[in-house]
Design a protein around this ligand. Structure first.
Ligand code: SF4
Ligand code: FES
Length: 327
């Protein structure tokens, strides 16, 4: 099936959604997605950040679709023509979506553990507007513990349902979900029951904001002061392939590895996540790939400086005279 997105044509298999087709082309056309998650069945369709304009439905019926559509839930038709970043209407409409998502979200990024890797921060920066028209009281909740390792800060939740689907699909026996509807909706554990199974920690990784955080990492470090490395260990429960976040020689946290869309590559177990916090527990493979636009990669400049100083020292020891210093 042929589909054209922002002027770029691609051939995709039947059943591919517009979002997946856009991702196949690349980040230059791929819409942002706050609730869709490739590894979670029935995810998507909640947040509306992935809206696009379909200017031609298909070759057989080239009628444009009358309203923006959620690209994560709309399948490609042969000959479909789609606009994302090339449509001023979509850019404007997406600003509205961001404004809605931020209605109740507190501006507590300076004290939030997710800062620096928060998808809502990125979304607001790249697709939002700097103003809000909202004048009413915002929703506020008390923080609660979901088990002894996870903190739920419901005030930050954007109700993307990813954690609910993770709990439903990769753990046995879901004990949390979304209660109530509309403005009153909230993630709840049904009387704060403990999420007690080997894969419960993955809800932290799928949460796009700082609503679910790792209590063993909370307030320990700003993420941009850490150094993420890909590491593995022999694990009986999961793949054992993780991302270990180092501060000097200390392991400050362990997470699953994420791909370029910020989605978990393979879910990991709680034993790997919480019980192996020594560097010697892991076989370090090398630095994790971090996108250069990410605030986490800022430390690389420091590495470059260190490298430059070392090279200059070695050159000096060898009696090498730099070209610009030669007579
Ligand atoms: S807690 Fe996080 S993952 Fe769960 S619904 Fe809220 S924003 Fe989504
Ligand atoms: S990512 Fe498509 S509706 Fe949320």
């Amino acid at each position: 099936m042929k589909v054209t997105i922002d002027g770029i044509e691609i051939d995709v298999p039947k059943g591919t959604t517009i979002l997946q087709a856009a991702r196949m082309i690349g980040p230059e056309v791929a819409p942002p997605a706050m609730c869709y998650y490739t590894k979670l069945k029935t995810s998507g369709g909640y947040c509306r950040t992935c809206i696009v304009k379909v200017t031609a439905g298909s070759t057989a019926n080239p009628t444009p679709m009358p309203k923006p559509v959620a690209s994560c839930r709309t399948e490609v038709m042969d000959g479909m023509v789609v606009q994302n970043f090339t449509s001023p209407e979509i850019i404007e409409a997406r600003k509205g979506v961001v404004e809605f998502l931020l209605i109740n979200h507190p501006l507590d990024c300076p004290v939030c553990d997710q800062a620096g890797e928060c998808k809502l921060q990125d979304l607001g920066f790249e697709n939002g507007s700097s103003k809000t028209r909202y004048e009413f009281k915002r929703r506020e909740y008390e923080m609660i513990d979901i088990g002894d390792k996870i903190k739920l800060h419901m005030t930050r939740c954007i109700l993307c349902y990813r954690c609910v689907k993770t709990a439903e699909q990769i753990t046995d026996g879901r004990v949390h979900g979304v209660m109530h509807r509309g403005d009153a909706s909230e993630i709840s554990t049904y009387i704060e029951k403990i999420v007690d199974n080997d894969f419960s920690g993955n809800v932290i990784d799928v949460c796009p904001v700082g609503a679910l955080t790792d209590k063993t990492f909370r307030f320990k470090q700003r993420v941009w002061f850490t150094k993420p490395v890909d590491a593995h260990r022999n694990c009986e429960k999961c793949c054992g392939k993780t991302r270990v976040w180092l501060k000097g020689e200390e392991v400050v946290r362990v997470t699953a590895r994420k791909d370029q869309w910020d989605e978990v590559e393979e879910f990991i177990c709680n034993t790997c996540r919480y019980d192996h916090k020594k560097k010697s527990d892991w076989v370090i493979e090398g630095p994790s790939p971090i996108h250069r636009s990410s605030v986490i990669s800022q430390n690389h400049y420091q590495h470059l400086n260190e490298l430059k100083t070392r090279v200059l020292k070695e050159q000096k020891a060898l009696g090498f005279i730099p070209f610009d210093k030669r007579p």
